[in-house]
Design a protein around this ligand. Structure first.
Ligand code: KIV
Length: 268
């Protein structure tokens, strides 16, 4: 189990069929991507959450295609095993299948990424179909799709109501038929995510979607505890790096001020 030399979309399919859970984390830079890949993660997502995490924007909307390519190329240079999926940023594919294909081609060519991700269901089906037909693997993303935050008006759980849940189930099947190799399900009821997962041949990757999906994804900086402000129920923090980094920096300042750093062994 889990002894794959290189993760491809076909490996993910085999993992679903074998009941092996898929692990996925975000990364946006060379140094952390190297650690995450060497630790054995299956999929690295160069998410447009880079807009929040790396650039400090309030939403994912401002990040540009050039910026995504910069992050993706840095990650790709670090990775030996994981499948690297890159978000198409807001405004590069919605209502524009040819634009989607051109954006995806730039990501594949300039960053040498392995796949792209697009948010939305039937609204972006043409864009997904055109991209898949060109030989580019596409991951779908349903539920809370942050690029549509101004339409939703809130980051609360999606598809609690029957009509939205029905549409999400239909959209998941449409994405599968359009050729997506996997679908992210973000912040939806666990029961709905479970139903979608059994209805699909392709893997589902959940974030705030319960345990009955085929894999899980978290934002790396959140699970490392670098961010103290963001505490949704689904987030498990594996470290408190905010405290650890603060203490290290304070110790360094102290050592510089007192002359403790550098000592005799730390000079030439
Ligand atoms: O951009 C991102 O990090 C994402 C994940 C939260 C799924 O889309």
């Amino acid at each position: 189990m889990g002894n794959y030399k290189r993760i491809t979309t076909h490996v993910l399919q085999r993992m679903k069929e074998a009941g092996e859970k898929i692990s996925m984390l975000t990364a946006y830079d060379y140094t952390l991507a190297r650690i995450v890949d060497a630790a054995g993660i299956d999929v690295i997502l160069v998410g447009d959450s880079a807009s929040n995490v790396m650039a400090g924007h309030e939403t994912t909307l401002p990040i540009t295609l050039d910026q995504m390519i910069y992050h993706a190329a840095s990650v790709i240079r670090a990775v030996r095993r994981a499948l690297v999926v890159v978000d198409l940023p807001f405004g590069t594919y919605q209502g524009d299948p040819l634009g989607a294909l051109k954006s995806a081609i730039r990501i594949m060519k300039e960053a040498e990424a392995h796949a792209v991700k697009m948010e939305g269901g039937r609204e972006v089906l043409d864009a997904i179909e055109k991209t898949v037909k060109a030989g580019i693997p596409v991951m779908g993303h349903l539920g809370l799709t942050p690029q549509a935050i101004y339409k939703f008006g809130t980051y609360t759980v999606r598809a609690r109501e029957a009509a939205e849940a029905r549409k999400l189930k239909e959209d998941a099947l449409l994405l599968q038929e359009a050729g997506c190799f996997a679908v992210v399900l973000e912040k939806i009821p666990a029961q709905l995510a479970a139903e979608v997962t059994v209805s699909l041949r392709i893997p589902t990757i959940g974030i705030g979607a319960g345990g009955a999906v085929d894999g899980q994804v978290l934002v790396l900086h959140d699970m490392l505890g670098l961010n103290k402000e963001f505490s949704p129920r689904f987030l498990r923090r594996y470290l408190d790096l905010h405290t650890a980094v603060t203490q290290a920096v304070q110790q360094y300042i102290d050592d510089v001020r007192t002359g403790d750093f550098p000592n005799e062994n730390e000079q030439y």
